[in-house]
Write a protein that binds this ligand. Structure first.
Ligand code: NAD
Length: 383
């Protein structure tokens, strides 16, 4: 039996995919085979020997100790793109919220309840809530992945000029971009040209405070900033200061902190980006399939710490080896196979930075313990 531990509420359409004859799914498995998680913080967790994988039902993995997991031979998956439509729709909403003083206007209208002649009062008072249209304005997007790319295309469809920056843009993402999107290789072009700037990159030590006082200084006066990616990507204090100086007209963020909460011209949403039933379902289904494929077939798809790899089992054993990405290791592994007369029918070897994954389709039997004893090998599984 494989035990799946859920650390957050995972949509039933995902957890129901696990075959009840082979899996248990619960929020209290003591020694799980795999973990499904949304936003629960895992950095202080200790992982058992039997833990094979962690699937994050969502995109960002900064709540998971990804490097430590790689070191312990635990594959960390995410579900790229599964919540991208939800975030795209909120970003379009954020563009309009940043423009039209909608939240302030609605609060004012609500405050008129019980006052005499509210219809006349609104007509007299509405002019202070006027704001510009987004049509014809320039939207700068930092990060053109699953979410940023969809926003770029939607903004083009709404008549915006879109300029995007993404030094690691995948071929697939590029192919899905509307040809009207201008790509720049200089992030400063985004700051200088945009009326609206929306950031959609992962939060890493390298992307912390991507937008800070120095970047804001380059921006147009009255720029409107949108952050539905991670709070740490934009320096809250620098934005509040720039709002006070009139440099930034509006900041819409999905990330509450004490610096931004309650500030004028800041709209703080309570991390609503992926909070749609459709996105939670998509993420849960994708995460469940990733875990099942890995547990049962050794297939790695959408991992953030190990390379993607798959190999069909045609022989007696499928040997799945997680190891460091160092020279001569494959030769040592095949040497161990030869020592027991095992024949390698097919072999896949993929690497991702310091780590690698090798799958061997074997006729005969291998000595798993001997492979595990090779310096640089982290974990061996025979399927
Ligand atoms: N608010 C929410 O609820 C919510 C929901 C989903 C995702 N997110 C956040 O949005 C982020 C993006 O999600 P996604 O699904 O589009 O991910 P993705 O991996 O599809 O796209 C990220 C893009 O950023 C690019 N990138 C990386 N570093 C960059 C840099 N320094 N400068 C410019 N581009 C860079 C990558 O090349 C990639 O194309 C996630 O990492 C997550 O933190 C937030």
């Amino acid at each position: 039996m494989y035990d799946i531990l859920t650390l957050n509420k995972i949509a039933a359409c995902g957890t129901d995919i696990f075959d009840k004859a082979a899996y248990t799914v619960s929020d209290n498995a003591a020694d799980p085979t795999a973990i499904m998680v949304r936003s629960a913080k895992m950095h202080d967790m200790q992982f058992g020997e039997n833990l094979l994988a962690i699937a994050r039902a969502g995109a960002g993995v900064n709540n998971i100790p990804v490097d430590r997991c790689a070191e312990e031979g635990i594959v960390v998956f995410n579900t790229p793109g599964a919540n991208s439509n939800a975030v795209k729709e909120l970003a379009i909403c954020a563009l309009l919220l940043a423009s039209r003083k909608i939240t302030e206007a609605a609060a004012w209208a609500a405050s008129l309840k019980g006052t005499p002649d509210a219809p006349k009062t609104v007509e007299g008072g509405k002019s202070k809530f006027a704001g510009p249209e987004i049509y014809g304005k320039t939207l700068g997007i930092i990060g053109l992945g699953a979410i940023g790319g969809k926003i770029a295309n939607a903004a083009v469809a709404l008549g915006m000029k879109v300029i995007g920056y993404d030094p690691y843009l995948s071929v697939n993402a590029a192919l899905h971009l509307d040809p009207a999107v201008t790509i720049t290789t200089d992030i400063n072009d985004i700051y200088k040209a945009s009326d609206y700037i929306s950031i959609h990159v992962p939060y890493t030590p390298d992307t912390k405070n991507t937008i800070d006082a120095e970047q804001i200084a380059m921006m147009k006066d009255g720029v409107r900033l949108i952050n539905l990616a991670r709070g740490e990507l934009i320096n809250s204090a620098a934005v509040i200061k720039a709002i006070g100086e009139g440099k930034v007209a509006k900041y819409v963020t999905d990330f509450a902190d004490d610096v931004v909460l309650g500030e004028e011209n800041v709209i703080v949403l309570p991390h609503l980006g992926a909070s749609t039933p459709e996105s939670e379902d998509n993420c849960a289904v994708m995460a469940a399939h990733e875990l099942i494929d890995y547990i049962e077939k050794g297939t790695i798809r959408n991992s953030v710490n190990y390379p993607n790899a798959e190999l069909a089992k045609t022989g007696d054993e499928l040997v799945c080896i997680m190891h460091r990405n160092v020279p001569e290791l494959i030769a040592k592994i095949t040497g161990v196979c030869a020592s027991t007369g095992a024949n390698i029918e097919n072999l896949v070897n993929k690497s991702k930075k310091e780590y690698a994954y090798t799958m061997l389709d074997i006729t005969g039997k291998v000595d798993a313990a001997a492979i595990e004893a090779i310096d640089g090998v982290i974990k061996v599984r025979i399927l």
